[in-house]
Structure formats: structure tokens, C-alpha cells
Design a protein around this ligand. Sequence first.
Ligand code: F3S
Length: 403
Amino acid sequence: MYLTREEERIIDGEEGEAKAIALKLIVRVGEALGAERLVEINHAHASGISYDNIGEPGLRFMKRLLEGGGRVAVFSTYNPAGTSFLEDAPVNRDPTLLRKQLEVIKTLEAMGFRRSATCIPYTLRQPGLGEHLAWGESSAVAVANSIYGARSNREAGPLALAAALVGRTYLWGLHLPENRKPGIHVRVEAKVEGELGAGLVGYIVGKLSGNLVPYIDTGGALDTRQGIALCAAAAASGSTAMCLMRGLSPEDNGPPREPVERIAIGEAELHEALDELSTAEPREAEVFFTGCPHHEPGAVLEKVRGLVERYGPPRRPLWIAVPGSIPPGLTAEARRLRSMNIVLLPGTCLVVTRLRGIVDAVATDSVKTAFYISRRHRVRVALANLEDYFRLQAGLNPRQTGR
Ligand code: F3S
């Protein structure tokens, strides 16, 4: 791989041990993939920071980088953690996990990472069209490429951390314009209802697209939150890191011109996907979870306030995952909502935290959550729209069946 003089100096340790470790790691992976050079990035986002996942070896690696002089070279954020920043959150049951998780966060923040603990880093710093990033959260990567037209591969956690310290990544994959063209044409013939409907489309697209960039035509344009849900589900069920969504993606230049595989998604396929992911009925759920990917606190609270006014507070709890850096003004509101069975979970989510022994059946509007929690925590899952859950709690029928 071609390296500039500055990059050679970093590798030789002239800018400290941490940067040398970080750049060697990036170069080694880039060379294995066939990258010819590195590219400067504007934002690194480290995933895989839940202590439950990385354990002592992961924490030791981070501490070694910190002690070796590791400091971020670019705007850097980190993914949701294994515990919530709200100390008495219902998922914070293990004091040892809480203590260890705080050590991980302290180490990252000592290196200059912004207090974030979120999978929607694009709300902390909006990526520009064509800008290079090194992000490690699969849903955020897909959103950056698909909705902002920025360029990032799906980086492994340690690689995104390394990229934060040197401000570079290997120039390969989705950083190159020739790899951002549509390779499969998906026509959605069913009506896409809310986040759940978009998530089901994403789930099917992820399974069918392999490493190809899908061009998705849903008839009308999806709203941004639906686009986010679609990206998250496609990145969970498959290796999708970019979708071209008609009317939403800035790089949408119309359907592929070259002959490519074409698939159609109708009502029958959406119902099949719903059945595949459902292992419980909404009425069996002990809790409803929303916020995968994380919700922006202001927007979700406005929606929830409206639902409470219409249907009253839910009888069973509603848990909402939001970024760890919630504005101070919302802390008081979070306390008030608690008395109505509505709990904000800043800085975590049901996939990266521990659930076993806490709940047995969860309802959610997130296909990504449904996909992972049944596998990871062996929790039963029901898929439902948030409004339908409020209706059910108020003793009313859902507005529509299934979706
Ligand atoms: Fe975010 Fe957790 Fe979902 S990290 S995308 S809320 S699985």
C-alpha cells in the first residue's frame, strides 16, 4: 500500500505508540483487502463498546491506546453501551456490569470521544455528500451511505477506534464511486406502513441483496425515519451497507440501467417476513420497546405525548431508547414520564444490554430489534406499531392487522 511520508512516520512510532498501533492495524486490513492507499476521514464512530461484548480484553486494548498517548484526530463518537446512563433504568440490574461499562466510557472519553452512546451519530454531526467516514455501527453506516450520500464501509469496532486516532481509513469498498452503483432492482408493490413496514422491506432486501447495492422503489418516497428503519433491518438480515431509495437517497439516479436481477415485494412477502420474525403476540408482551435505531428525544416524546392524550398512559411499560447525551431539559420530563409507565433508556438498547431474567416477551416496532433479541437473549418478540400498542393497552383493536 502506498503511504505518505507522514503515514510512514506514524507507523514508525514518531507520533506515539497508540497511533502506530492504530495505523498498523488499518494498513494491515487495507492491504489484505487490496486497498492501494489510505483516505482522510471527517468522523469516526466506534461500535462494539458494550462491556458485555468486549469484556476485559476489549477494555485492556482501549486502556493501552489511552496510555500510549491515544487521542482522537477527528470528530469521534461511540455506539450504545451495555447499560443505560439512567442509573436506575430497568435494564441496569448488574452493578459489576455498570461499573465496568463506565470504565469503558471513561476511557473513550479520555481519548476525546464525544459523550454519545448512540447509533444515530448523524444527528450529532451531519455527514456531507461524498464525505469519507469510518463508522462501525451497521445501521448508521447504511444511513450515512444511503440517506446522506457520505462514504463508509462497515468497520469492525477496533478499526473504527483506530481510525479515530489517526483520522484515516483504507480507501476501498464504498469509498470508491464505482462500488456505489445499484446491482439489484427491488420494486415494492405493497403499501409501506410506518417504521415497521419499512423495516420488513429492509429485512427482505438484506436477505436477498448479498453484497450488491439495492435500488429500492417503494412508489412514493419513504420518510426519513422509515428510511432509517429500512437501512437498519437490511444491515441486520444481510451485509447491506448502502441502499439507493427512490426519492430519498441523494445518489438516486433512477433504476439501474444495466441488466440486473429484479425482485418484487408484495403484501404476501411482507406477511411472510412478519411471521418469520414473530414469536409472541402483542398482548403477551410485558413491555413495548421503541428506539432501534435510537430516537431523537424531542421527536419521539412529541409523538408519545400525542398518544397518551389520545389513549391514556399504557398499562404495561413503554421503553424508549435515546442517545446518551439527552439535553438536560429532558431529564425532568423523563422523570415525569416514568410515573406514566414510560421509561427513557439513554445510551443503551435492548440488543446490547442484558435482558434475560428481566423480561420474557417484548413487543417492538423495530425489525432489527426483533431479529437480534430473539437470537441473543432468547426473548419472545411481537412486532407491532407503537400506536397499535397504545390502542391495545386501552382495550381497542389495532388500526390494521399485522402491520
Ligand atoms: Fe442502535 Fe441498538 Fe438498534 S445499537 S440500531 S438501537 S440494535
